[in-house]
Design a binder for this molecule. Sequence first.
Ligand code: C5P
Ligand code: MG
Length: 286
Amino acid sequence: MIPELSNPSVCMKDPQRVQKVLQSIAEAGANKLQVISDFDMTLTRFSYNGKRCPTCHNILDNSRAISSECKQKLADLLKTYYPIEIDTSLSVEEKLPLMVEWWTKAHDLLVEQKVRKDQLAEAVHESEARLRDGYEFFFNHLHKHDVPLLIFSAGIGDILEEVIRHFNVFLSNVKIFSNYMDFDESGTLRAFKGELIHVYNKREGALLNTGHFQELRTRPNVLLLGDSIGDLNMADGVQDMQNILKIGFLNDKVEERKQTYLDSYDIVLVKDETMDVPNAIVLYLT
Ligand code: C5P
Ligand code: MG
């Protein structure tokens, strides 16, 4: 039906279900569809030329806005907590307090650094951040067909916006839920706004934004894209949902995590740095 579903990176536990859901969503048409996507390591690349690509946090952590002493502390946090984030031997309940700890410690360090608003664009321009190959089609096609794209990220909203602006895809159909910085009148970071979104509380984040989903209640079909098990909850606020198709990028610790991903995502893309499969699906659905 969609030739790209035979790509070597594609794994599916139940291809028939995928077929059925795709058909139902396609028949209902573009005006019944909404897309919900994670950002870091889902819309952005995980690696490029053998090197890891940065998350929103990493873009800032590695920038000139941060002292070398603080860079070391942020790198130590990453080294401690990232393995916990992706550890399959721990339950989400066990990981939760540790994730809050990671985000809180990292955000406190960024505030201590007195990061200035005007340093963010420079941090993005000088970074190695990259959207996945084929991102132009993905963003432009959804925009052309008036399909709302919600980017739901536990990263830093201000950096995320700068990245999609940098790549010219901050289009009118894009809405963002993320952690936003709060700057004082001189443009210096003083805190983060609102409730913290980390990688395992996206359900709570979704439920805080009922207004958005209320506006989109005439669009009961959802295409969800993520790279973490926590991303599966991003659509928990969707009202009157009829169909959902979940695409998961499995970037890291593939052997350990493959079965979990196959059990949770309809389509698993193993070490696939492109948007080829999501693009083919979006084209089929609209
Ligand atoms: O956009 P997304 O929800 O994927 O953003 C969260 C990602 O940011 C996590 O997967 C985590 O590995 C990363 N992170 C980071 N540095 C932090 C906190 C989170 O790189 N201080
Ligand atoms: Mg992610």
